[in-house]
Design a protein around this ligand. Structure first.
Ligand code: CMC
Length: 393
């Protein structure tokens, strides 16, 4: 009848029932399958967390080994996929490349895919989680004009990713364990975050029965925006623009000015009205990485710390409960790791693929699942008749 609840931005609409991730935004609490993110970051590596999200329980030692072997079996990209990269301009944004290449996986794994078959869905999960590091590293190599590195299955998931990113055929590359651990923690912290914009996109796309690889591509497209996953890139660009500690006040004032559209990137969150628990962990990782690399006096890091200090004391940010979010620190860590700014959101997409696929699977096996079809409040013209063109004003 046209009488629907209006909820712009879905501030109060639960779109699904889920058993995967729990967030208490007021307390600043994040649980994956009931486990606090702090404990998972301390005791588990990313693949264990991926297993947990997917299966609902942490793996035992045997299950962990088996899962690692299974994932490694899928790390190679189909050789024809490699040709996709050369269709892009060298300077294409790697997220644009990701949207295209991941979407193209649907052309390779479509006909044989029976979405009603649990094993088929399982293989799709494994393929995506295994291939994303290869796809991301290739996007980087393409941009850098370096040869693609084939995955090395004698390395762990994250160490192999760093090898494919930073290794070259000319010299041996040994990933630094402290830095591997830091990146692995970044993956864990980004693995899932309940019904955020990109996850909702994946669910909505998947609700029509679309190919899962195409659905993940849709999620990547959504993640790209600066209000979502693109914030870490935007945050680092903002720090570069501020340039010096002496200019922090000026930018804080701009963020507070109602007539200025500028927002402090890396601050605020739809759900967290307290410190983002991922940000606290990322802050710790940030110190560890900078210390390991002897970059404690890094200019941007000092600038970020000053920005954080002022914002946390400023009435505007306190009143609106705007705390630093995970992206505020993750960009600084990634930069220190040698990852170029334009790749930050790709790293996020790599990790979030686990969450997207887990959420997709939950939807596909939900007996109440229906195609997602929001309604609207129509506020356009009332019914009217078409006037012949020669009589239109
Ligand atoms: N700087 C200055 N003012 C802000 C900021 C900010 N970063 N964030 C929110 N506000 C203000 C906003 O202008 C609004 O003011 P008013 O009540 O006077 O209209 C008030 O705070 C509430 O904000 P909102 O935009 O209504 O909140 P939202 O839930 O719609 O948006 C957000 C959340 C994350 C999009 C927003 O805080 C933002 O744009 N932050 C910067 C981008 C960013 O860091 N995004 C990463 C999010 S975490 C990673 C992820 O999940 O992808």
């Amino acid at each position: 009848t046209g009488l629907f609840t209006y909820d712009s931005g879905f501030l109060s609409t639960a779109s699904c029932k889920s058993t995967i991730t729990y967030i208490d935004g007021n307390k600043g609490e994040l649980l994956y399958r009931g486990y606090p993110i702090e404990q998972l970051a301390e005791h588990c590596n990313f693949l264990e967390v991926a297993y947990l999200l997917k299966n609902g329980e942490l793996p035992n030692a045997q299950q962990k080994d088996d899962f690692e072997v299974t994932i490694k079996r899928h790390t190679m990209l189909h050789d024809q996929m490699i040709k996709f990269y050369s269709g892009f301009r060298r300077d294409a944004h790697p997220m644009a490349v990701m949207v295209g290449v991941v979407g193209a996986l649907s052309a390779f794994y479509h006909d044989a895919l029976d979405l009603q078959d649990a094993e088929h869905r399982n293989v799709s999960f494994n393929r995506l989680v295994a291939k994303l590091p290869t796809i991301v590293a290739n996007a980087y190599k393409y941009n850098a004009g370096q040869p693609f590195m084939y995955p090395r299955n004698d390395l762990g998931y994250t160490a192999n990713f760093m090898y494919m990113m930073f290794g070259t055929p000319c010299e041996e590359y040994k990933p630094n364990p402290v830095l591997v651990h830091a990146l692995d923690t970044i993956f864990t912290l980004h693995a899932d975050h309940e019904q955020n914009a990109s996850t909702s996109t994946v669910r909505l796309a998947g609700s029509s029965g679309a190919n899962p690889f195409a659905c993940i591509s849709a999620g990547i497209a959504c993640l790209w925006g600066p209000a979502h996953g693109g914030a870490n890139e935007a945050c680092l660009e903002m720090l570069e623009e501020i340039g010096d500690v002496s200019r922090v006040g000026e930018y804080i004032n701009r963020a507070k000015d109602k007539n200025d559209s500028f927002k402090l990137m890396g601050f605020g969150h739809r759900v967290y009205k307290n410190f983002d628990p991922r940000a606290k962990l990322m802050r710790k990782v940030c110190y560890e990485v900078l210390t390991e690399l002897g970059l404690e006096n890094d200019r941007l890091f000092k600038l970020a710390m000053e920005l954080e200090r002022i914002a946390l004391e400023d009435e505007y940010f306190v009143e609106k409960k705007l705390y630093p979010n995970v992206d505020f620190y993750s960009g600084i860590v990634q930069k220190a790791l040698g990852i170029p700014t334009s790749m930050f959101t790709c790293i996020f997409a790599l990790a979030r693929t686990v969450g997207w696929m887990t959420q997709w699977e939950e939807m596909m096996t939900d007996p109440e699942y229906k195609i997602g079809r929001p309604r609207q409040l129509y506020v356009g013209a009332a019914r009217r008749d078409v006037v012949p063109i020669d009589q239109r004003g």
